[in-house]
Design a protein around this ligand. Sequence first.
Ligand code: UTP
Length: 288
Amino acid sequence: MPQKVRKAVIPAAGLGTRFLPVTRAVPKPLLPVLDRPLIHYAVAEAAAAGIDQIAMVLSPGDDAIADYFRPNVRLERAFGERGDAVRLAQQKEINGLAEITVLEQTVARGLGHAVLMARDFVGDEPFAVFLPDDLIWSVTPAIAQLARISEEHGGSVVAAKRVPQEAIPNLGIIDAESVGHGVHRVRGLVEKPPLEKAPSDLAIIGRYILTPGVFDRIEYGSAGALGEIQLTDAIAAAIGVEPVHACEFEGDHIDAGTPAGMLAATIYEARRRPEFSDAVAALGLTRA
Ligand code: UTP
């Protein structure tokens, strides 16, 4: 009987090279989309899906990322003294989103290795993984759409989206057959294939439901592309052993892990937030 997903891992210990030079001093997960850091969107999506035990895998010294979710005594005292109940409630809401556990990845050895750091936290149950660069706006949280498939079929589920040809060599690509609306049975996964070797235009997006079996597959797999320990290879190794599905989720996705992506995400978010309507109009943009 497949188990309910209660825990999530957010790997956030990468080097952030595509966002240099700002990431010399500010960890990428704290870069803002308007007024919220990237990682806030991931934690809020998890909480909206009922997942409130979250482990963040951070680089040494990046405590500010976890501090963001801790009570801010100075702000709470100031708003309390001023009787500003609205701002006080907004602050407390952030602390209440999830129970955060901080894990360290001392050397950036790849996404697979970062996930491996969460082995003890996860224990023996299925868990979610969020890559905080990937922002998804949807009616049903994207991770809940994946969790529904894992609860129905068991095994692992990766989020998927059709991408234009030029994006294919930079992404994990899925070989799959459709088995229902938005659900694909995965036959193979290949990380960053040359266009002529790509099995499809269906790319892996940074949301996963994984089973604890993935930890052994990461540990005993070999380092893949760029000498990093790849999560994609470990998930591919599960094909034939357990069900592996791709969820072509309903929602809008933007990869905010580059300056251009962050710009697109910022414009997207501004167009949907009523309090930015004047700014959106002044820029000559239309409301979403
Ligand atoms: P990326 O491959 O996008 O790397 O990692 P990055 O460091 O964020 O950015 P670039 O490519 O250098 O510009 C995907 C996710 O995996 C995490 C990252 O923090 C990001 O959330 N990651 C990656 C780790 O936690 N540890 C690693 O060793 C590598």
